[in-house]
Design a protein around this ligand. Structure first.
Ligand code: ZN
Length: 168
């Protein structure tokens, strides 16, 4: 169990290729636990492995965002979005790698995703609203894509300045 340091943009670690995981391995269980501890320490609703410096295909979503009765955050191992709904919506989004930054991002209102759980079982969920947005945001992390890629170059520069200012 460990709260890890969160990798912040524009670190290149957020742009690494990620590798598949053996869902039932000790390595995966450890990354899962570290993701949970780190996310909960920052009251996030989702976090992906590259954000703690692990170039691996796993993210977690809080039970709150997933509207789950389960108390533990839900792991998505080697996930794949299998369907994106046609209807889209622009909403403000945050990210633990961009502290105190909120950006307008257009995403599908609904999506389906397939992933492994920690026992190696494959599951598929259909999500909407906040859950669907979080799933798309976290899957992007595993593909080296970030919310800042959705905004203009000028906006991107202003985000960079603001983060630099906030770090002082
Ligand atoms: Zn993020």
């Amino acid at each position: 169990m460990a709260v890890r340091k969160i990798v912040e943009w524009p670190s290149l670690a957020l742009r690494s290729d990620t590798h598949d995981l053996d869902p039932t391995s000790g390595e995966t269980a450890k990354i899962y636990q570290d993701l949970v501890d780190t996310m909960e320490s920052r009251k996030g609703i989702g976090i992906a492995a590259p954000q703690i410096g692990e170039p691996a295909k796993i993210f977690v979503i809080s039970a709150f965002a997933a509207e789950s009765d389960d108390l533990l955050p839900i792991p998505f191992i080697n996930p794949e979005i299998t369907w994106l709904g046609e209807d889209t919506m622009v909403e403000q989004e945050g990210c633990l790698s961009f502290p105190d930054i909120w950006l307008n991002v257009r995403r599908s209102l609904r999506c389906k995703i397939k992933a492994s759980n920690l026992s190696g079982g494959i599951f598929e969920v259909e999500a909407d609203g906040l859950y669907a947005r979080a799933l798309q945001h976290e899957t992007d992390h595993l593909n080296a894509k970030l919310m800042v890629d959705f905004v203009s170059k000028i906006k991107k520069e202003s985000v960079k300045k603001k983060l630099k200012r906030n770090r002082r």
